[in-house]
Design a protein around this ligand. Sequence first.
Ligand SMILES: *Cc1c(COP(=O)(O)O)cnc(C)c1O
Length: 359
Amino acid sequence: MTRRFNFCAGPAALPESVLLQAQQELLDYRDAGLSIMEMSHRSKEIVAIAEQAEADFRELMGISDDYAVLFLQGGASTQFAAVPLNLLGDNTTADYINTGQWSKKAIKEAQRYCEVNIVASSEDSNFTTIPPVDSWQLNKEAAYFHYTPNETIGGVEFASIPLGEVPLVADMSSTILSRPIDVSAYGVIYAGAQKNIGPAGLTMVIVRRDLLDRARPECPTMLAYKTAAENDSMYNTPPTYSIYLAGLVFQWLKKQGGLQAIETINRRKADKLYSYIDGSGFYANPVEPVSRSLMNVPFTLANADLDKSFLALSEQAGMLNLKGHRSVGGMRASIYNAVPEEAVDTLIDFMKDFAQRNG
Ligand SMILES: *Cc1c(COP(=O)(O)O)cnc(C)c1O
């Protein structure tokens, strides 16, 4: 067995120790005589797993009791509809800022339910910038303001939290748990699990409790935050195994020293990769330096004809999933929490060698 370095944007790398523990507990979970996957979600084991996962997640992120933490399904993409359905109430407008492919999808879905005010857009720069705050056209009457703190495809990230007067909603799918954040600045935070939380199939939502009564009457029962909040996320069968694995990831993160400690490692990983790219004269990252993502690093080669060879050789050298998104081209290294620093060092060494041979 050889586990290789996985730079996939999602589903992404998981900590090896988590996978090993899951393997050990797979057939017979702590002498219960069956696998977690085979247990009732009402069993004492699953209830305990879910409670512990929530407690660890709250501790890691510093989430107060003013917020409900929900374990849902449907991915971040389902939240593109759930957000307007839950937050519009009688209001008919919402603010969105367009900073990349995921913002665009969120906007398109919201337009089915309300009038979307595009606060600003960086599409003109091919999403390589964050629009300057003084250009934003915020609407004080908007039901909420939605943004995508980290655009996974473009590798563009907001350097600070955009504070306004209406509840702030964030799609944190690819940035959650990468560093400490001030949850109290937000109305709703949502994230698909398959980047920094755990395996696919789980979606986490953090919602301020005073926003639970704003759902549109037609909001489906299963999409209403209130349904999940009032039923400990067990109104129907939750993704029990994904919750279990997410719980193991949270414990792993606590052992690493929590989000402050993981941020230090993440910054070191990202800094060395960006500074190598910038100084290489062979690779380039198109994003303005202040808006570069901590988690997703797209880069192009001096000559796009070399892309295929780069991918084939990097794979041979034990590095998987470096192909960039088709809308950006080139390569993308996603360096989430579970991608070890050694993987980044190995990648940089490979890139140096490749540039030397082809430069
Ligand atoms: C991956 C991703 C999504 C899509 O998530 P799904 O769980 O596949 O729906 C949405 N937004 C961002 C920022 C992402 O990184």
